[in-house]
Design a protein around this ligand. Sequence first.
Ligand code: AMP
Ligand code: GLY
Length: 424
Amino acid sequence: MRVLIIGSGGREHALAWKIKQSPKVEHIYVAPGSDGLRELAEPVAVDGNSMEALADWAEQQRIDLTIVGPEMYLALGITDLFAKRGLPVFGPSKGAAQLEASKVRAKEVMAKYQIPTAGFQVFTDPQAALSYVRSQTGPLVVKADGLAAGKGVTVADNPAEAEKAIKDLMVEKIYGDAGKQVVIEETLYGEEVSLLAVTDGTTILPLLPAQDHKRAFAGDQGPNTGGMGAYAPASLLTPELLTEVRQTILEPTIEGMAKEGHPYSGLLYVGLMITDDGPKVVEFNVRFGDPEAQVILPLLENDLLDICLAVIERRLDQVELKWKEASAACVVLASAGYPGSYEVGQRITGLSEAAKIQDLLVFHAGTKKEKDCWQTAGGRVLNLVGIGRDLPQALAKAYQGAEIIDFPGCQYRKDIGWRELNRQ
Ligand code: AMP
Ligand code: GLY
């Protein structure tokens, strides 16, 4: 089979690595791809941003399966376009992708189907939003309705911060139309966990729970980033809590989307807060998490191609997920200054030595190759994923890699998995 993966980061590298293990896969293409993915997948020489051009190319190449990494393509309707042309694609339709593309829509669905989440109000008028904030005393969370590259959320400790967030989004329009509407919600307290599930709209199969580390610095301090590390499985989501999440969140969401006329198919990522009142939804994403995919996929025993095809052909009830009795930990090597401004083009050393370490996977997130030398090309540069019989073993492997690989200004968190280690 011929598989196309859309995207270019560490998540797509992990997807390509996993798909490559399928005995049924003869060739993998990636659009737009990157130098780091080249040994697994062939970059597609069409304008990666033009979905029509990609669909034309996929038709000509008789692509048997397309897996979409980033949410933007799903929000723009790549699934609808490919499906119309008879091209099998793993990912929700444009209408179903609204669960991530519009926070207002996601909140409306949760309210309508009584899915536990933070209490909220929606505003389209900045003055009304500002008066609401001034009438409140407690901490609030201000969210841009639309996609804002993961930067549209402000967890405001005081009303002044919330006011600034509203002005930035609605008056200064720093994220353009994404801030036309805002959601203002109560702050939830507890520990966060990511639960990803595959679904064909009827059967829902949760993957192993994972925990992301969004803050830049140790102890979950500093600014939010795209993710500085992750591990799986996360024991925070006990079997009892997982049953509760299935009944109160996963099933009503999938059934609700069908009733809304947008049956959900593909991967649903639920960002959960485990509060004293039980699990509540912080956010929905409509694609694999990054860096969660990098720790979940290496633990999956099943052929990922089989799962994707079962979802598309609506026979996921025939699939049983099997997991390795192991843990995986991901440490992200980032450029100095990230998530603020950073330099690129720094020479990376140690990659070939690290490649010899057993149970260490190196996924490229932002690199490029210049005259046989690897260089940094992004904020998040490399994802080092250690596999071990337990979390300490997995972390030891990832950090072994972090000691060998280096580039000027390389920074990484040294406390990945600290919450889980404290639980053990
Ligand atoms: P989102 O883009 O919706 O995932 O939000 C980014 C991050 O903001 C989440 O991962 C949480 O850490 C935090 N967050 C969002 N909503 C809330 C909330 N209602 N209460 C507390 N933290 C939140
Ligand atoms: N790890 C967070 C995300 O993928 O959105």
